[in-house]
Structures are given as C-alpha cells and as structure tokens.
Design a protein around this ligand. Sequence first.
Ligand code: SF4
Length: 382
Amino acid sequence: MAEQEEKRDDKKGEKFSIWDLPDVPAKLPPHIEFQRSRVLCNLDAPIHTENVTYGGAYASMGVDNSLQLDNFRKNFGVEVIRLTKEDMEFDLIGIDVSIANAFRRILISELPTMAIEKVLVANNTSVIQDEVLAHRLGLIPVIVDPRLFAYMSENDTSNGKNTIVFKLHVRCERGEPRMTVKSNELKWLPNGSELLLESKPDSNPESKPRTYTSFSCSQDSLPEFSNNPISPMLDITIARLGPGQEIELEAHAVKGMGKTHAKWSPVGTAWYRMLPEIVLLEDVEDEDAEKLVKTCPVNVFDIEDIGNGRKRATVARPRACTLCRECLRGGEEWEKRVSLRRVKDHFIFTIESTGALPPEVLFTEAVRILEDKCERVITELS
Ligand code: SF4
C-alpha cells in the first residue's frame, strides 16, 4: 500500500507521499453547510433545527467546528434597528442560540428594579380585598434607577437607602359618581412612612414618634432625586370606588429581581426570533407572481416589471415574515418554488420595557451581568 501511495516526480526524480500534498481548503460541502447554518421550514415541520456545537463534528471532512475567538470577533455584531422610550429592536449576529437565550433570561429575571413589596392598609372600604389591592400595587412599575438603592435583607430596617414610600388616600364622596383610582394618586413620601408604630407603654412620651421607616434624611434632598422625583408608572387603574368608599394605605417599594417575583422584572417581555430568509427557487412570473403577493398577509413579496408587459415576484421584506406558511399552501408545486429558511446565528431581538428603565439601559445592564457571569466561570475554571 505504501508503495502505491508513493509516486515518482519524473522531473525531479524525488519520491513523495500523498500526505505531503497541500491541505484542501477546509470547507463544508454546500448541503452540509446549509444544514449547519439554516433551519428549513417545510409546510409540515421545520428541519435541520439542531445546532452542531461539537468541535470535531466535521473532522472527517477536515473542518474544525470548534469555537474560535478570532472568528467570533470577526462575525459578531449588534445592529440597533429601532429604539423608542418603550422598546428596542436589535440584531444579534454571529452568536449561538444559547447565548441569545442567556441574554433573554438575564433581562427577564436578573436585572433588579424597585417594586412595591409591603402595603400597610389603614382603611379600605372598596370592594377590592386588601390582598388583591396589594398584588395590583406590586405590579405597578416604579420609575427610578434601581442602582441608586441597596437590597433589603430580612434583618434590615427600612431606610432611605433601601425603601421608597408611597401614600394613597382616595375617597369617593357620597352623591358623587363612581370614581376610578389610577396610579397617579400614589404620592411619593421622600421622608418615609407617616404611619405611626404603636409606642410601648414604658417609652419616653417626649421622644419622636416612631414610624414604619427610619429615614436619616429626606430622599428629595439627594442630588439624584432633587430634580427627578420618584413616581410610579402613570395611568394604571388600581381600583374603582363607589360613593362613600375610601382607600388609605402606604406602599413600600424595595429592590428585587424577576426571579423572586415577576413584579421586579424590568421587561414586559424580551424575545428573539431567527432572521427569516426567503428564497424563490425559480422565477415566479405574471399571474403566479400576483397570486404569491396576495397570499402573504405581511407583504413580504413585491412585483417587479421585467419588460414586455411581464411581471416577476421578488422578495422585498423578508424580515416581516411570520412563518405562517401561507405561501406554501397553494399546492405541492409551491413548496418547490418557495424556500422558507431561518438563519441559525442571526437573532432579531426585542426588549419591551415596563417603563421602569429605558430599554437601552436594560441592554447595557444585561451585557454587564452576562460579562460578570463569564468572568466568574473563567475564575472558577482557572
Ligand atoms: S410564510 Fe407567511 S409571512 Fe412568510 S413569506 Fe410566506 S406567506 Fe409571507
């Protein structure tokens, strides 16, 4: 065998082995590369959905599939598509789905916010029970930067560094129509609680009466809040009061995370989808082109004029594709003409903020937490 492998170079008269030949460029055959990088969405079900992460998966083809830092740096990108006060859409390009999902989970459950945790009800004659009222109040986002506050542990007392106090006192007078109580009625108490604790019989009658919090100074005297008063998200309905009904309470907000309770989650939702890729495998012209354009409910396709009164369908807005597969339902031939795909390492990410923090701040904070986690893993491994 060894002799067969050896060949004689007639010109130089030297022996060499096939192992001395230069390497073939390490590249996967197109159909394997397609399976590795795309999900194919057929009419019945998607295929090639798995992610091949094993570094030696294509070793037999001479391709190194391991994660290379240089390649990652070259391919990775973040492109902001839309940024408003409430939400943000951006593309995460060149990452594995596990990282995109880690980012999503951090946004939902590991970014701290301030939320109402304790409700002291002084009077409630409305039809809403105290506990339901407390639950509703807990879900109202508090617009304040949580980085300015400390977590409150079990043994801590409520103070100006770990608690925000709001007061709600509303009454629907007799003879008046029913009234709606909105979150706008929650008034910030920068000096802390105004409800008095019961004093012990032996306590000094001249000492200052004790309340449910002990603030050393007024929160609105701090530079962070002097021009930027703390408020709840406005215009959220808390209760409806009939004539003669009244609610009087104090709500104490503390710092927490969504993994403890959803009320601390800073996002309504954070989600991603893979980038749609729609390919017309053959020209779709004239009546068929019009039919294709009409079948798509989100106007992914357009028609272009190709001269001589003829028309051709084009893919104009692939990002809008919702994968409803209507364009494949026209019969078997359409499955051969239209190919619906998803790019496995390109994610369209959306962050919808509750309003507690702007979406771009949520993004940067989530990146910081992800970075901290990576550093912890590296430290533990080294
Ligand atoms: S799958 Fe639905 S949304 Fe996407 S291109 Fe086809 S018809 Fe349009």
